[in-house]
Design a protein around this ligand. Structure first.
Ligand code: EPU
Length: 437
């Protein structure tokens, strides 16, 4: 028996729903509380497995954490933090653990994190973090399973990122806020989640400015204070819920969604033929699905381009649209694995060069057993299940629980036939079929 998501075909996802806090903002903001020594209060915290994993990590470092899941309030007391070592069982569960490196280096001049597999000092996947930490005076050595970083004094430097990496920008910024002098990060990521972190850091007392087009300047301060902050609403959850309505011919209203954070995505939904109504100042989005949507093509890109985290669910919408769509994934090298599962459901997709999907819309998908390979693929397969004839069994449910706060319940409240329960399934999930990105 294995826990799975069971989805039955549902027409007309309909109603009003509220978003949870953004996973990709809350994880880094939780890590940033290590920069102060006090009682931080975070509100609008999503109740997802990754948040629980980050709580474990902070507790391992000595923080005292209390999560009021009902009210979504997370209290983190970092005055008791004494440790700078993150154990392998936590690192392996969630790559976002790497985001404690910057705060720990700033607070203790030392960090020890384990890395999942491979040569930890090799190029990928955190070379932008490590190379730039080295430039500001950190030395790294591998000790058993651990990567040990230490510094006598962090240096304020002008740094340039080869690619606007979200995690590297966040990590470097967090070490720089307590580094004497001016640090400049050129070609920085400016995703809304990075901006939410900047707001928190400023509230702690950090001095940060953003210079167009994509430079962050940080003037180091001596100490930072504890904060209270309400986490940004999840634009990726918003996109997924809008797609649930689009795919099922429904009508949805999300009052706390920010349209100004989803411009390119919303433009593509309109290009498909769906009607989008946006509230005053870009706050609140309503989607009324069109009955015969047209296929659209797009490329993922750093913000404000089409978000890679909405590529998989948007791809599902193309499998049922009229015409041919070309989708190019440019952010991650290997983030189209879900197409093989969608093919099992009857989708017509050709993969080119590992990063481009060419999709010819079909009249219907058919429910079957599929495997989710990462968080966003799990959501995509659930959406495909809503549109598919019959029953879809989605395996790899831990990905779904890692990234979303009760998305199954939210969809159910909008009329979706979805439940998570133990099932007798045909096969176990092969290891190579899951990614912890
Ligand atoms: N990269 C490197 N070296 C590095 C860092 C990144 O080569 O040192 C590459 C990555 O392999 C990738 C690209 O640069 O090809 C972009 O990676 P980035 O660092 O921007 O991503 P991240 O910080 O690891 C965050 C989100 C991801 C989201 C990306 C892009 C968190 C916890 N994760 O990852 O979210 O897709 O930014 O927006 O914030 C998800 O939510 O499902 C998810 C994967």
């Amino acid at each position: 028996m294995q826990e799975c998501i069971i989805v039955e075909q549902t027409h007309n996802i309909e109603g009003e729903i509220s978003l949870s806090g953004a996973k990709n903002a809350v994880l880094v903001i939780m890590a940033s509380t290590l920069l102060n020594s006090g009682k931080n209060t975070l509100r609008n915290v999503p109740n997802s497995e990754d948040v629980l994993c980050m709580i474990n990590l902070l507790e391992e470092l000595g923080a005292q954490v209390n999560f009021d899941q009902l009210n979504k309030v997370l209290e983190i007391d970092t005055s008791t933090v004494i440790n700078y070592k993150v154990s392998p069982n936590i690192m392996k569960k969630m790559r976002a653990s790497v985001l404690v490196m910057g705060p720990l280096l700033a607070r203790f001049s030392k960090t020890e994190i384990s890395l999942p597999g491979g040569c930890v000092l090799g190029k990928r996947p955190i070379n932008y973090h490590l190379d730039n930490f080295k430039k500001v005076g950190v030395t790294f050595e591998q000790s058993g399973d651990y990567l040990v970083g230490s510094t006598n004094k962090l240096l304020a430097k002008r740094l340039a990122l080869e690619y606007p990496s979200v995690g590297a920008t966040e990590n470097l910024m967090m070490s720089a806020v307590l580094t004497q002098g001016k640090t400049t990060i050129v070609n920085a990521a400016l995703e809304p989640e990075v901006l939410d972190l900047i707001e928190v850091l400023k509230r702690m007392g950090a001095k940060i400015s953003i210079l167009p087009p994509a430079t962050i300047e940080i003037e180091g301060v001596n100490t930072l204070n504890a904060v209270e902050h309400s986490i940004l609403c999840d634009r990726l959850e918003a996109g997924s819920l809008l797609l649930a309505a689009a795919i099922t011919g429904g009508n949805i209203h999300i009052p706390n969604a920010s349209a100004n954070l989803l411009d390119v995505f919303l433009m593509k939904l309109e290009e498909m033929g769906h009607s989008i109504l946006i509230g005053q100042n870009g706050q609140s989005i309503r989607l009324m699905a069109c009955k015969s949507p047209k296929a659209v093509s797009f490329k993922t890109a750093p913000y404000p381009g089409f978000p890679t985290d909405l590529q998989a669910p948007m791809l599902v919408a193309q499998t049922l649209a009229e015409g041919v769509s070309e989708i190019e994934e440019t952010v991650f090298e290997n983030r189209l694995i879900h197409i093989f599962e969608l093919q099992k459901m009857g989708a017509k997709i050709i993969l080119e060069n590992n990063n481009k999907a060419i999709i010819t819309g079909v009249k219907e998908l058919v429910g079957t057993e599929v495997v989710a390979s990462d968080i966003r693929a799990s959501c995509a397969l659930v959406l495909a299940g809503l549109a598919a004839n019959g029953k879809t069994i989605v395996k790899g449910v831990h990905h779904f629980k890692r990234g979303y706060d009760a998305l199954d319940q939210k969809l159910r409240s909008l009329g979706a036939q979805i439940k998570i329960e133990k099932q007798d399934i045909l096969q176990d999930i092969p290891k190579e079929k899951t990614l912890e990105i």
